[in-house]
Write a protein that binds this ligand. Structure first.
Ligand SMILES: [Zn+2]
Length: 340
């Protein structure tokens, strides 16, 4: 089978690898159909000093596929079933896992495609517990955006920030994969959405997605505009993932008692902020990473109901690296999906 492997920092090789063995007890074998790219792929590709991993490493963290075979004891899947795969190898037995909160697993073996072999290969064996069925009317391409992009946003907005109808939210980097999802989910809930983008073409696209106010952060200060738009009150929730460049400003535009939820630091991981501001304004800051199994099922249900991911580009496996370059250069609007 084909497998796209990271052999050194910033060096990918498409190799001919042996097929995996027949699935063991409790496992399924999936034929990968699509892999969606995320910033974690860029981090993995660049290399990270603290990440424990062995190379060569099969890349790809977020994927959809079709069941090719099932192992002994698996009764809930059969060959031909369309599925998505959870993006981390969790234990299934700790308290968090048994409660369906796999992203808090106490014995996680790693993130697929980052710490351990991922999905950019033709065949993969997975524990059936980490595989979720895809509704009939959702394509492999769109479904591939459920296990990380859609479900991360679902977890951030609803489990952590507890976003409510009628609230105002600032979505940072509204043109990114998760930014586009956050705009759609917040609008579907009945929120007022303010978002930031880096150019005027993206501003038009963000408006078309339903954003009420779009700020080009390269030409205007988002802090000033957001305060103006909210009559100096500030927003209820900020959806953060850009980190260093925006985080202090994101705190500044929260209303008293507001919630900031973050899942990323694409512009840098270190910030300073005023603790007086934090407690006097009674801000709540949520770190969010990954998602629960329920978040993925809910994401697929939303897709089946017509809330589809915004696809920036679709590329073949051989062009995975160009996809990463496009993501890294922030030229994207929506998701990049590698199709098999
Ligand atoms: Zn666990």
């Amino acid at each position: 089978m084909r497998a796209l492997t990271l052999v050194a920092d910033r060096k990918l090789e498409l190799i001919d690898a042996p097929d995996p063995p027949a699935p063991g007890a409790g496992e399924v074998q999936a034929r990968v159909k699509a892999v969606a790219l995320n910033h974690i792929d860029v981090w993995g590709y660049r290399g990270m000093a603290f990440a424990k991993r062995k190379m060569p490493l099969v890349v790809g963290a977020e994927a959809s596929g079709e069941i090719a075979a099932v192992g002994p004891g698996v009764s809930n899947f059969k060959p031909g079933d369309r599925v998505v795969m959870y993006g981390a190898l969790t234990c299934g037995t700790c308290k968090a896992c048994t409660q369906g909160r796999d992203n808090l697993c106490e014995n996680v073996q790693g993130i697929m495609g980052f710490h351990i072999d991922g999905f950019a290969r033709d065949l993969v064996n997975m524990h059936a517990r980490l595989v979720i069925p895809v509704p009939a009317n959702v394509s492999f391409r769109d479904a591939a955006c459920a296990p990380i992009a859609f479900s991360t946003v679902e977890h951030m907005l609803f489990d952590n920030a507890k976003l409510e109808p009628g609230e105002t939210i600032l979505v940072q980097a509204g043109g990114s994969g998760i930014g586009t999802v956050a705009i759609k989910m917040a609008k579907a809930l009945g929120c007022t959405v303010i978002t930031t983008v880096g150019d005027d073409a993206k501003a038009e696209k963000a408006k078309a997605l339903g954003a009420d106010h779009v700020i080009n952060y390269k030409t205007e200060r988002f802090e000033t505009i957001t305060r103006k738009l909210t009559a100096k009150k500030g927003v209820d929730v900020v959806f953060e993932h850009t980190g260093a460049e925006t985080f202090p400003g994101s705190l500044l535009v929260l209303k008293r008692g507001g919630r900031l939820v973050t899942c990323g630091a694409t512009s840098g991981p270190t910030v300073t902020f005023n603790l007086m501001q934090l407690f006097q304004q009674q801000y709540k800051i949520f770190g969010s990473f990954g998602a629960s199994m329920r978040n993925i099922r809910d994401s697929l249900t939303k897709m089946a109901g017509g809330m589809l991911p915004v696809i920036d580009t679709e590329v073949p496996l051989a062009d995975f690296e160009q996809g990463l370059a496009r993501l890294e250069s922030r030229q994207v609007f929506g998701k990049i999906v590698v199709t098999f």
